[in-house]
Unconditional design. Structure first.
Length: 82
C-alpha cells in the first residue's frame, strides 16, 4: 500500500475513519495480542494491541478517541442492572 500523502497529517474526516477502522480491527482481528512496527523505517512506531486490561500502567492512562463527543443514549446506572 502506498499513499502519496504519507508526509501529511490526517484530516479530521480521515482521523474519524481511521478510528472507526481501528475499532473494527480490534474487534475482529485482535485475538489476544498483536505487535506491529509502523511508520517510517528509520523512525518506526511500535504499536501493541492487546486484550489485557490494562496492558501497561493504569487504565486512566488510556483514552477512547472521540469519547467526549459521544452522545449519551442511556442514563442507566451499573447498580440498577443496566
Amino acid at each position: 500500500m502506498y499513499n502519496e500523502r504519507l508526509d501529511e497529517p490526517l484530516s479530521d474526516e480521515e482521523l474519524k475513519l481511521f478510528t472507526q477502522y481501528l475499532h473494527r480491527f480490534a474487534n475482529h482481528d485482535v485475538d489476544i495480542f498483536l505487535s506491529m512496527e509502523v511508520g517510517h523505517p528509520e523512525h518506526p512506531v511500535y504499536v501493541v494491541f492487546g486484550r489485557d486490561y490494562p496492558p501497561v500502567g493504569d487504565a486512566s492512562d488510556y483514552r477512547r478517541p472521540f469519547a467526549d463527543r459521544r452522545q449519551v443514549t442511556s442514563k442507566s446506572d451499573i447498580n440498577d442492572g443496566g
